[in-house]
Design a protein around this ligand. Structure first.
Ligand code: OAD
Length: 243
């Protein structure tokens, strides 16, 4: 794997346009549970069964309990060396974009600024009825109400079966289509559209790299597959990068 790491480092050092896609695995070493790992269940519910509009419509109290638990847990987590390495990569590579599926806010906390949070943010809340939307890291009531119209608030994240935030997919597609290096980090590649981003990058001539703890269904299609902890591999990739 060391030879592959050196080859990827050379690609990163060549002034190429780089787009990185991250998933829950990048935050695992910060103590954030992944979605499909052994630690993924909450009170015997699968997150996929709660992170959906129909679950919220049927039992908003349960869904808010889940999100308030996640906000409390993740509020105590700090960025790890993988987040820090990606913030560092941005400082070295002028043509760089980070697209994350994560809603934990840890990339921004680590200093990433060229960042798209394609599934929204745990720290954003919005009204189910009016246009009220705000960033709020404070502890919320069990059923938080909109200060403007009194209707129920909901987490500002994208749920299964919902469209992405308007404009996000268009920007992501344009950026990935012009990338010369595409790196996916810590994602099981089970959720669309992110799972197909590598294909788009490849179709447009990018070199594709996977950094993940274990092989995924995309591994065989990647030019480089670096398997191990993101917190070990990403710092290695940025060490010694020129300005
Ligand atoms: P998953 O939980 O499906 O996948 C996490 C991946 O990270 C797995 O392949 C793990 O092997 C890997 N992993 C775990 N620890 C790691 C580490 N220390 N270093 C590197 N890799 C590690 O999470 P996502 O692919 O992000 O969507 O899930 C995608 C989307 O599905 C999420 O954004 C969420 C979810 O349900 C919504 O909520 C809409």
């Amino acid at each position: 794997m060391q030879a592959d790491i050196e080859m990827v480092k050379a690609l990163l050092d060549g002034g190429r346009k780089v787009v990185v896609l991250t998933g829950a695995g990048v935050s695992a070493e910060s103590g954030v549970p992944t979605f499909r790992g052994n630690d993924g269940l909450w009170k015997s519910h699968r997150p996929e069964d709660l992170a959906r509009p129909d679950a919220f419509a049927m039992n908003p109290e349960l869904v808010w309990e889940f999100y308030n638990w996640r906000r409390e847990l993740i509020g105590k987590c700090e960025p790890n060396p993988a987040h820090q390495a990606l913030a560092e990569m941005e400082r070295h590579i002028p043509n760089f974009l980070l697209i994350t599926q994560n809603v934990d806010g840890l990339h921004a906390q680590a200093g990433s600024r060229k960042l798209i949070e394609m599934h929204g943010s745990l720290w954003q809340v919005r009204c189910t009825s009016c246009s009220h939307s705000r960033e709020d890291r404070a502890e919320l009531p069990a059923m938080p109400e909109c200060p403007d119209c009194g209707h129920l608030l909901r987490p500002g994240v994208v749920w299964f079966g919902e469209p992405l935030i308007p404009g996000v997919l268009k920007v992501a597609i344009a950026q990935i289509s012009s990338a010369e290096v595409f790196i996916s980090v810590g994602t099981s590649n089970m959720v669309q559209p992110a799972a197909s981003f590598y294909q788009l990058a490849k179709d447009h001539g990018a070199v594709t790299v996977e950094v993940n703890l274990e092989p995924t269904s995309n591994t065989g299609f990647m030019d480089f597959a670096l398997h191990g902890k993101a917190g070990d591999i990403l710092p290695e990739l940025v060490t010694g990068l020129s300005k």
